[in-house]
Design a protein around this ligand. Structure first.
Ligand SMILES: *Cc1c(COP(=O)(O)O)cnc(C)c1O
Length: 400
């Protein structure tokens, strides 16, 4: 018999927390605010000096030769598929377990995303499935450093070399992480980042692409500015009004206001990751004795950036499904989430590309079991222990 106080909040018991803890949250300091205010008092709100400064800082933080900043992470992915000249008739391999934008960027260019299954323990691209899905039309592949853990790049890059494929790393989860001592941002031809508020570093909205290839960087700088070869800042410096549009681009520019926030935030990148790793460690140790849930595996030679902390519920041991567990946790005040609905199961891909259930069994199985628990640098010890208490309480209740 469970006592009244053990009753779950969803059954009328007292919740672990009255105010919901979100799964992720930005942290903005007074320095960040001052940095933005300085721009507001300056001559350049956009296309000014902070764009190059932020690009320099992103390049330095990732160890890449070049960074190009754009208006968001999705624009970064689109700039990357554009730079690699993906077009109609081209296939691009994309993992099924990711945010839709990782695949949409192929469709923007008229190409076809081909979904690759994931490793069931890490949920990063499974190299065996990748080999299976390569065809003579495959031109590139997009890796996703899911949750903040770099993929199995030794294997994946070997396959890419064998088939002459270019590689884009959708590293929106993994800025500041590394693989065998090599920083994320330098592992592939192009790497893309997002500075949305739930990510490690925010500029409000924002994104970047890093590369060691100067030609690709130059192509993307033109692409983000309508396909025009010079921007306003360059023309002001050259005292010239003349410009030429050489290709069809977009307005994917990032304003100096955004860059100021991003620059200030970037100085705390590693500090934030250390804090995220502390929280992940606390979860790992607490859940080691909770067989009803399994955290994802971490490979030995990666530095995990922990954008999110994902666990899989062991349905065999429970009298509840994932949705019931998720609802019970939310009722306890834990703002859990699910990352992600496998992309090939979205109605758009099913109807436009004929994808469907059975295409990527490991991703589909993981989707039925996954829950994202809160993790962000400003979480207190109390917040962390509330999550652990709520998870253990819900698991005790639903355990067979
Ligand atoms: C956040 C994210 C994006 C998109 O970034 P936005 O800045 O929101 O456009 C793309 N891919 C992944 C894996 C992401 O997590």
């Amino acid at each position: 018999m469970t006592s009244i106080s053990d009753k779950l909040a969803i059954e009328g018991g007292v919740p672990v927390r009255t105010e919901t803890l979100p799964y992720g949250r930005h942290s903005v300091t007074d320095d960040d605010i001052e940095s933005v205010v300085r721009v507001l008092r300056s001559d350049w709100l956009t296309t000014g000096p902070l764009v190059a400064e932020f690009e320099g800082a992103v390049a330095k933080a990732t160890g890449a030769d070049h960074a190009v900043v754009v208006s968001n992470g999705t624009a970064a992915l689109h700039s990357a598929t554009y730079a690699l000249a993906i077009g109609p008739g081209d296939e691009v391999a994309v993992p099924a377990m990711t945010f839709a934008a990782s695949a949409n960027c192929v469709v923007y260019q008229g190409g076809k995303p081909v979904f690759v299954d994931v490793d069931p323990d890490t949920l990063t691209m499974d190299p065996t499935s990748l080999r299976d899905r390569i065809t003579p039309k495959t031109k590139a592949l997009i890796t996703v450093d899911y949750a903040g853990q770099p993929c199995d790049y030794d294997e994946i890059l070997k396959i890419a070399r064998q088939h002459n494929l270019r590689v884009i790393d959708d590293a929106c989860h993994a800025i500041g992480g590394s693989y065998k001592g090599r920083p994320v941002g330098t592992l592939t031809n192009l790497s893309t980042f997002s500075f949305h508020p739930v990510k490690h570093v925010t500029s409000g909205e924002g994104g970047a692409i890093t590369t060691n290839d100067e030609t690709l960087a130059q192509r993307m700088r033109i692409f983000r500015n309508h396909g025009i070869t010079t921007d306003h800042w360059q023309r002001a410096k050259q005292q010239s009004w003349f410009y030429e549009m050489v290709d069809l681009g977009y307005n994917y520019r990032l304003s100096d206001i955004n860059c100021a926030l991003g620059l200030s935030q970037l100085t705390r990148l590693q500090q934030g990751i250390s804090r995220r790793r502390e929280i992940a460690n606390a979860y790992d140790s607490a859940f080691a004795s909770t067989p009803e849930i399994s955290p994802l595996s971490v490979m030995p030679d990666v530095y995990h950036a922990y954008h999110i902390y994902v666990v899989q519920v062991n349905l065999d041991l429970l009298d509840a499904n994932r949705d019931q567990v998720a609802a019970a946790l939310r009722a306890e005040g834990i703002g859990i989430n699910v990352h992600y609905v496998p992309v090939h199961l979205h109605p758009f891909y099913q109807s436009q590309f004929g994808t469907g259930i059975g295409d990527c069994p490991a991703a589909e199985k993981a989707y039925e079991r996954m829950i994202t628990l809160p993790i962000f640098p400003d979480m207190s010890e109390k917040d962390t222990s509330d999550v652990i208490t709520a998870v253990q309480r819900v698991m005790n209740r639903y355990s067979k």
